[in-house]
Ligand binder design. Sequence first.
Ligand SMILES: *Cc1c(COP(=O)(O)O)cnc(C)c1O
Length: 395
Amino acid sequence: MLVYADNASTTQLDKRVYAAMAPYYTDIYGNASSLHVMGRKALAAADEARSEIARCINATASDIYFTSGGTESDNWAITGVARALKDKGRHIITTAIEHPAVLNTCKDLESEGWDITYLTVDSDGLIDLAELERSVRDDTVLISIMWANNEIGSIMPIYQIGRIARERGIYFHTDAVQAAGCLAIDVERCNIDLLSLSGHKLYGPKGIGILYKRRGVKCLPYMKGGEQERGQRAGTLNTPAIVGMGKAMELACSSMQEDSSHVRSLRNYFITRVLAEIPDVVYNGPKDDELRLCGNANFTFNDIKGEALLARLDMAGICASSGSACSSGTTEPSHVLLAIGATEDAALSTLRFSWGKYNTIAEVDYTVDKLKEISSELRSATTLFKQFHGDDKYV
Ligand SMILES: *Cc1c(COP(=O)(O)O)cnc(C)c1O
C-alpha cells in the first residue's frame, strides 16, 4: 500500500484540473500577449481563470496577478511594499512561525536596514493580538501574518488582524497557501491588502501561484520585463498552469465543505487512534477543530528520532514529513516547534501527517498499524543501546 500523508508539502493533481490544462499545452499554445487568434484564445483562458479565482476570494479580477508560486507571491508582497514605502518607514511586523518564503525575505530586508518584529506565538502557535497592537509603530509599513501554519496547522485570527491593520492604516499581507481549500477566504471582510496562494497545495499544478494586490496598494513590480500583468509582473503568461490554477480554485471552492469534512474526520480518527494506541506521544498544535487546518496532525514521538521513523515509514510505503519539507535533508529542529516551546530533542522527534481529499480510512488504519509496530521497534532498539552504552552516549 502507498499512503500519501504529505498533502501540506504538495498534493496530487486533480484529474479534472489536468484535463482542463491539457489543450493549452497542445492546441491553444499562443502567447497571451499576441494579438492574433491564438494569442487571444490564450488570454481569454487566463482571464477566465483570473475571474474564477477572484470570485473564490471575493476580490476583483484586476487585483489578481499570476506568479510562479507561493514563494514568489510572498517575496513580491513583502519586498514590493517595503521598497515602495521605504521613505514612509522601515518597520515590518511578522511572526516567528512564518514559512521560509516570508521569514527569509524579512531577513534579507533586515540586512538592508529594515527593522522586523517577529511576534511570538503561544503553545498552540497562535499570536497574541495585544502584542500585535503594542508592536505597531509610526514607521510600520506592513503586517505579514500567515493565515494558517503549514507544520502545526494553527489558524491565525485573520479577521481581527485585518481590523487592527486597517484601523492603523498599515498594509496587511497574508500567506494563505495552506488555508485555501480548507477555509473560506474573503479579502473584503478580512481587510486583506495582499494575499498569496499556490496552485500545487490545492490539487493544482506546481509552479503557479497568485498574488492578490488590492487596487491602489503601493507595491513595486517584482519581475522586470514586458508589460504582462498590467506592468506589474513581467514574463509570458504560463497559460496551461493558469488554467489549472483557475480550475483547482473552482473545485476547491465548490467542494470545500465536503472535502474538508472528509479530511477532518480522517484526521480526527487518526489522532484518536495514535493517542490511544501508541505510548509517549504528544499531539502538537491547537486541539480545537476551529483553530486548526482540517488535514494537519503533528506528533512528537518521545525518544524516537523523527528521521529514523520517517525512513521506516517510507519503507512501509507511507509518505509523511519531519518538520517542513523545506528543511528536510537537514537535521535542524523546526523553527515552528521551537517557537511553540518544544525542546530541540522534542522537535527532532516530531512528524507531520497531512491528510488530503484522496486519502481513505483504510490508509489511516494502515498508517497507525505501521506506526505502532515501527515506534515500538525503534524504542526497543534505543533501550538496548542505552543498556550497552549508557544514556549519555545516545545521541
Ligand atoms: C508551500 C508553501 C509556500 C510556498 O509555495 P510554493 O508554491 O511551493 O512556492 C508558502 N507558504 C506556505 C504556508 C506554504 O505551505
